[in-house]
Design a protein around this ligand. Structure first.
Ligand code: ZN
Length: 188
């Protein structure tokens, strides 16, 4: 659980350190606002991926399931600035499927914490592969990083793409291209 008092103290110190007057009207409630906001945006640390993935349904066939364009917001752990974009998650079931909303929730679990996009991609794939035990999993994240766009090299609109494959997707070009085809070309 997040220590809200500690966050408030830290934000106060940070504002003082950059030379701000922490008693002025606009800033007086900022430490409190941030402590409440952090409870939400870092709330993934308290969520249990196992529990989210425990609700399953039995299926006979093993057609690939793709949930694409799952919007996520995370915080880069190097700069504590947001990175955000879309997650596309696919798996080939082996007798069981998840409720579709669970894929979006599992993305949220790993987005809502100080994070690296590469690690988040792998964590989502590993959690599904380990808990659901499907034949294979593939995860792709496309995100814009504020630490790239508002500072440093300043390249707005550029996105970082990361991919993770497990099980039957590993080194399987035809399965991977089916995934890319469903994510990219098929629009309702
Ligand atoms: Zn960063």
């Amino acid at each position: 659980m997040i220590d809200k008092d500690k966050v408030k103290t830290a934000v106060n110190l940070l504002l003082e350190a950059i030379g701000e007057d922490t008693t002025r009207e606009g800033l007086i409630d900022t430490p409190d606002r941030i402590s409440r906001m952090y409870e939400e945006i870092f709330g993934g640390l308290d969520m249990d991926p196992k529990e989210i993935l425990s609700k399953r349904f039995t299926v006979k066939d093993s057609e690939m399931v793709v949930e694409r364009d799952i919007t996520f917001y995370s915080m880069c752990e190097h700069h504590l600035l947001p990175f955000y974009g879309k997650a596309h998650v696919a798996y080939v079931p082996d007798g069981e499927v998840l409720g579709l909303s669970k894929l979006a929730r599992i993305v949220e679990v790993y987005a809502r914490r100080p994070q690296l996009q590469e690690r988040m991609t792998n964590q989502i794939a590993d959690a599904i592969f380990k808990e659901l035990k499907p034949k294979g999993v593939m995860v792709m994240l496309e995100a814009e990083h504020m630490c790239m766009t508002m500072r440093g090299i300043k390249k707005p609109g550029s996105s970082t793409v990361t991919v993770a494959t497990r099980g039957s997707f590993v080194d399987n070009e035809s399965l991977q291209s089916t995934f890319y085809g469903r994510v990219r070309n098929f629009r309702l």
